[in-house]
Design a protein around this ligand. Structure first.
Ligand code: IYR
Length: 226
């Protein structure tokens, strides 16, 4: 079989998926599930430094995500500057205080009680790195706006891979979505085609970190077989 072929004038490469014997597949899928089942949203992050080379690789992993028409409509802003982290914390806490005090419904506040969250976000300064993920809603082609495809799905999948990569590196994160989060566009000086999508502080879990005693839904409650 040829190593390459041409379709619509584009080169395609022969693909060989890595294939495992059945028992190894059983073992690897079980091991990976058990490892991922240990992932927890951690709100207390240690200030212990993390090498930039690690952050680079986590972002490279996230950027392997599939995306609509392979547009890869994402930008990962990695912030370690204490001054910028402080600026982000001040802006986020100001929005969060308004949300907790006035914008969120009683039902919402009640649903958050098990998570023990409030408007204060010390992890935005404690974490050695903040990764702010932006989605690129359109591209500029010859000065014309061209919308990207399935942007939320694509960037959501990339964030899933990022969270997975962070966990498997032995680090902790949480999905932080201050609302509204337009202040991030300004502080990070992002171009007009980008919108903030998710903010992930990255670091070691603090030694004193506690997480709520949450239970995950069982397979029978999340899967339907036909
Ligand atoms: N964005 C707020 C509130 C919040 C909302 C949900 I839904 C959560 O699962 C957790 C928090 C905050 O970060 O505190």
């Amino acid at each position: 079989m040829e190593a390459t072929k041409t379709i619509n004038g584009f080169k395609h490469l022969k693909y060989t998926a890595p294939r495992h014997p059945k028992e190894l597949m059983e073992q690897k899928s079980l091991d990976f599930y058990e490892s991922m089942n240990q992932r927890r949203t951690v709100r207390e992050i240690s200030s212990e430094p993390i090498e930039k080379s690690i952050i680079n690789r986590l972002i490279q992993t996230a950027s392997t995500a599939p995306s609509g028409a392979h547009k890869q409509p994402w930008t990962f802003c990695a912030i370690s500057s204490p001054a910028l982290k402080k600026e982000i914390r001040i802006a986020a806490e100001s929005e969060e205080k308004e949300s907790y005090d006035h914008r969120m419904s009683d039902r919402w506040l009640n649903d958050l009680k098990p998570m023990a969250t409030d408007w204060q976000k010390p992890f935005l300064e404690d974490a050695p790195w903040l990764i702010v993920v932006f989605k690129q809603v359109y591209e500029l082609e010859n000065n014309e706006k061209q919308n990207n495809y399935y942007v939320n799905e694509s960037v959501g999948i990339a964030c899933g891979l990022l969270i997975t990569a962070i966990h498997q590196a032995g680090l902790a994160t949480l999905t932080h979505t201050p609302s509204p989060m337009t202040f991030l566009t300004k502080i990070l000086d992002r171009p007009k085609n980008e919108r903030p999508f998710l903010l992930l502080p990255v670091g070691y879990a603090a030694k004193h970190a506690y997480v709520p005693d949450l239970k995950r839904k069982l397979l029978k409650d999340v899967a339907v077989y036909y």
